[in-house]
Design a protein around this ligand. Structure first.
Ligand code: COA
Length: 151
């Protein structure tokens, strides 16, 4: 059984590192905004082991036309969505994202946006997200699209 719980930024590192920052030092697992009061982190647990994580932070990409009509306090960015390789494709990511959306709706958040790795775009599309940018490159990470969902 998969259980979703609130975790600290530090607790996400054991999943962020092997999945998103492979072979890189632990410091690279820290994201700016991790410790802000408006930021929260979720972990997916199987028994006592953390197998998936995501981070939600209040943020607005002011260059993104589709976000223009929304106030900052109605926008959340999703970051560091990751499931351990051996646990991918079993519904863990879906469960994490659904919980994040539910919590954000409860906070009266109107829109979720993020930079999606190209390989993850079909996953997010399945979850109702829309590509709203051209392809762009994040140095050391790879090709991305911006995606959004209005809640
Ligand atoms: C992307 C990721 C978070 C998805 O989590 P996951 O647990 O593997 O995905 P799920 O099993 O919950 O999949 C949910 C649905 O999306 C589909 N899906 C997942 N990944 C997919 C892909 N790459 N292509 C097509 N469909 C995909 C699943 O088939 C499933 O469909 P269903 O509901 O009809 O059965 C995970 O695979 C991962 O960590 N990937 C590597 C890191 C990464 O790219 N993170 C995103 C950074 S932006």
């Amino acid at each position: 059984m998969i259980d979703i719980q609130a975790v600290t930024a530090r607790e996400t590192f054991s999943v962020r590192r092997p999945v998103l920052r492979k072979g890189r030092p632990m410091e690279d697992c820290h994201f700016s905004g991790d410790e802000l009061g408006t930021t929260f982190h979720l972990g997916a647990f199987e028994k006592d082991k953390i197998i998936g994580v995501t981070t939600c932070l209040m943020n607005k990409d002011v260059r993104l036309e589709k976000l223009r009509e929304f106030k900052l306090h109605h926008c959340y960015q999703l970051r560091g969505m990751a499931v351990l390789e051996t646990m991918q494709g079993k519904g863990v990511g879906k469960k994490l994202l659904k919980r994040a959306e539910q919590l954000l709706k409860e906070k009266d958040i109107k829109v979720i946006w993020f930079n999606a790795r190209i390989a993850a775009v079909p996953f997010y599309e399945k979850m109702g997200y829309e590509v709203v940018s051209d392809l762009f490159v994040i140095p050391n990470v790879g090709d991305h699209f911006k995606m959004i969902k209005i809640l």
